[in-house]
Design a protein around this ligand. Structure first.
Ligand code: BGC
Length: 441
């Protein structure tokens, strides 16, 4: 295997494609890439292709390769799903996989990645706990010639990552904000005013500000007009952030807010929560400490099982669902292209024949060393009304077989981070070919 060669080819070809984010001599490569003529670029690309072909013989056998996957924690539901899906995808193509979880501890993630590098993995897929804390270890990965895909969360301040793959994070927030606008019909509110409180995610997670900004920007006109009011006055990201996206941290903060600003009978209309783990804590706080009897609109993200149950029960109003099974499919195809010495770009989307939407973005995600070329999948709003259509009919979830009135949703056959994988998961079509335990409707 010749990882250094693959990495070098990738850098050469990326410079030719005027893409930043790879390359040791970033200033000279960006300067030269601007000066490259079309013919020069074509020649450079041809050279990279030749090198790729030459390298192919030594890099192509997946059974000789290992993918190192570093996930943040098992304590937040979705990462169990991500780890499981990614492992399944890579193994289905014959790759070996080393999957680590780092207990939401940044130092541990550094150690885990060091271990993967020491184990000589051929490519790293990393979802960072702290996006600012991996520069050093990823410099070692780069030095060892190991390409790195920044998975779901953008890793900051490192030129060691080649690509970023995620959902459109800002759109997640705008979907939450627009949901509130529509639910309350804010455009026709007249003199009516509504009270809202915000709960955002982990400041160490680069996604968290995108989610918050997307929601806040969407609601800002109504906040400015006074149609929406924030009794706590907490409207800055830093004031509403939740370390590690932790449920009980979100709950305690919200209990304080309810105690301080709502105990006089003030009505809370909306709890805008960036994701499901925080929404769960906020819902618990409302159940225990809110004096009002109105149904508070509560937003979320991920489609965690407890939250889906709360949506069915009317305790949470919506979640933004991100099909992480598809994120894993896209990651596999991207990784295979990189390992084959190709220079993935927008054409990967068509070539791969995915049946889910994805955009290639070379302008939005700057990690401090330059723009990181990004593949962004599309999130979906899920409510009680479309849950069956979006989650069950598509095969992402199964419902309990008895369909009792308080029916519960679960990940069924292609579960998260544990034993029960769906054997029939399809790379192209997502999980709908799974044989679900509970059966479909
Ligand atoms: C992910 C969200 C998730 C959050 C907490 C973010 O980086 O994009 O889907 O809810 O982390 O796990």
């Amino acid at each position: 295997m010749n990882k250094k060669l693959v990495s070098t080819m990738l850098c050469v070809a990326m410079a030719a494609g005027m893409l930043a984010g790879c390359g040791s001599s970033s200033s000279s490569s960006s300067a030269s890439s601007e000066a490259v003529t079309t013919a020069d670029a074509a020649a450079t690309e041809a050279a990279a292709d030749t090198a790729a072909t030459e390298a192919a013989g030594t890099t192509k056998d997946p059974s000789q390769m290992t993918i190192g996957i570093s996930m943040p924690t098992k304590s937040l539901e979705r990462w169990n799903r991500d780890g499981s899906y990614l492992k399944e995808q890579f193994e289905s193509k014959g790759y070996n996989v080393e999957l680590t979880y780092s207990d939401n501890k940044s130092a541990q993630q550094n150690n885990d990645i060091e271990g993967l590098i020491a184990d000589n993995v051929d490519l790293l897929v990393v979802a960072a706990i702290d996006g600012e804390a991996l520069s050093q270890v990823l410099a070692s990965a780069k030095e060892a010639g190991i390409p790195v895909i920044s998975y779901d969360r953008l890793i900051m301040n490192t030129d060691a990552i080649s690509y970023y793959i995620s959902f459109d994070n800002y759109t997640v927030g705008t979907l939450q904000g627009q949901f509130v606008v529509d639910q309350l019909d804010l455009d026709n509110a007249g003199d009516k005013t509504y009270n809202i409180e915000f709960t955002a995610g982990d400041p160490a997670d680069n996604n968290a500000t995108y989610f918050f900004n997307g929601a806040y920007d969407t609601l800002k006109p109504y906040l400015d007009a006074g149609t929406l009011v924030v009794p706590s006055g907490q409207t800055e990201f830093d004031q509403v952030a939740t370390a590690q996206w932790d449920t009980s941290t979100a709950m305690k903060r919200f209990q304080n807010i309810l105690g301080s600003y709502y105990s006089d009978g003030t009505q809370l209309d909306v709890a805008l929560c960036s994701n499901d783990s925080t929404a769960l804590g906020v819902t618990q706080a409302i159940e225990s400490d809110y004096a009002g009897s109105n149904q508070v609109i509560i937003t979320g993200q991920d489609g965690d099982e407890a939250n889906l149950a709360n949506i069915v029960d009317g305790k949470q109003t919506m979640t933004v669902y991100k099909a992480v099974a598809n994120e894993a499919v896209a990651t596999l195809d991207l990784a295979v292209a990189i390992l084959n010495g190709e220079t993935p770009d927008a054409s990967l989307i068509d070539k791969s024949g995915w049946d889910f939407d994805c955009t290639y973005d070379t302008t939005s995600y700057d990690n401090g060393t330059g723009i990181i070329p990004s593949y962004l999948l599309v999130p979906t709003v899920v409510t009680k009304d479309n849950m069956d259509k979006e989650l069950v009919d598509t095969g992402y979830y199964t419902k309990d077989a008895d369909f009792s009135p308080d029916r519960r949703y679960s990940l069924g056959g292609h579960n998260s981070g544990n034993e029960e994988h769906c054997e029939g998961i399809s790379r192209r079509k997502g999980p709908e070919q799974c044989q679900f335990q509970g059966g479909a409707r």
